[in-house]
Design a protein around this ligand. Structure first.
Ligand code: PMP
Length: 308
């Protein structure tokens, strides 16, 4: 690549193209290859940069997103941060509806990016937060609500970028995909792309305390970003071969193990995915497999809630 080729012109050009890291946690058998897709290396440091860019561009093209308009979204953090950055560079007003237990880091980053925050009681659940965001949108003329859990561009982002990157970087040698489910955009887009090419075993990860895909009850839990308490309409469960529920403690402890093993600060949902990947690695069926886990964000977003 020429020197000029390495100079990017905007934050948008930096989205995606994240690296895969081979890592090994204690207890993972030698014959198994565990790989992490490092989504914290996106410009705003989470997997959500991809979905947000796709939703934003689709809305610009359809005319839903107007110059000088207002963007409203419901987000516990990552999506809001990605949106706020895009709004900043496009001169748009950004209003983020977020549960009042979102980490202080996320609130501070949103404010730094110029977003307005509307807090909703976390005990009321995400569906109540969505209802509030929708009423807000109706009251602000010319505003756009991306609605990440119904927006097909969320899935398309992963079908067109994350999935192909994984396929290319593993040279098609991927047996198991392990992915946390929040909106389900990452899992649905990546799994759809990979399964069109190979019979990849797709494992959805959710919190034990809100294990709705496994048929459990929704509830409050300690793994931000996954376990919304309902299955979103863009989540395609027919792509899921297995569901693994992970406790809050196992997710947090495994996130610390990732740091120990790699030197990287991984978020709590990354810890949940790595915990599930380790469980799978011990099954005889996968004794020589390549298992890929998606690490959605960085542990820097959770320093204020860490236990050590
Ligand atoms: N982990 C974290 C930290 C997230 O912010 C998200 C996005 N909500 C996810 C996992 C899950 O991603 P998705 O919405 O694509 O299911």
């Amino acid at each position: 690549m020429s020197a000029e080729g390495r100079i990017h012109q905007s934050m948008e050009e930096l989205v995606g193209g994240t690296p895969l890291l081979q890592y090994r946690l204690p207890g993972v058998p030698e014959g198994v290859r565990t790989l992490a897709k490092l989504e914290m290396l996106n410009p705003l440091a989470s997997v959500k940069d991809r979905a947000v860019l796709y939703m934003f561009r689709a809305a610009q093209e359809s005319g839903e997103l107007k110059e000088g308009g207002t963007v409203i979204e419901c987000s516990s953090g990552s999506t809001g941060i990605s949106l706020a950055a895009l709004c900043l560079v496009h001169g748009l007003r950004c209003v983020i509806v977020m549960p009042d237990n979102a980490t202080v880091e996320r609130q501070l980053i949103l404010r730094k990016l110029g977003a307005e925050i509307k807090f909703v009681p976390h005990g009321d659940g995400l569906l109540a937060a969505w209802a509030y965001a929708e009423s807000l949108q109706k009251s602000i003329p010319g505003s756009w609500l991306p609605h990440q859990d119904t927006n097909p561009a969320n899935v398309l982002a992963h079908y067109e970028t994350t999935g192909p990157e994984l396929w290319r970087d593993t040279a098609g040698e991927i047996d198991v995909l392990v992915c946390g489910v929040g909106t389900g955009g990452t899992l649905t887009g990546v799994a759809r792309f990979l399964k069109e090419r190979r019979d990849v075993h797709v494992v959805a990860v959710e919190p034990t305390r809100s294990a709705v895909i496994s048929g459990g009850e929704p509830g409050p839990h300690g793994i931000p970003g996954i376990g919304a308490g309902y299955v979103s309409e863009i989540t395609d469960l027919s792509l899921v071969n297995e569901v693994i529920a992970v406790s809050d403690d196992d997710a947090a402890a495994t996130s610390r193990e990732i740091t120990q093993a790699t030197g990287l600060l991984a978020g709590i949902s990354a810890g949940a995915a790595a915990h599930a990947a380790r469980i799978l690695s011990r099954q005889p069926r996968w004794s020589e497999a390549t298992i890929v886990a998606v690490f959605p964000d960085s542990g820097e977003r959770y320093l204020s809630v860490g236990s050590d």
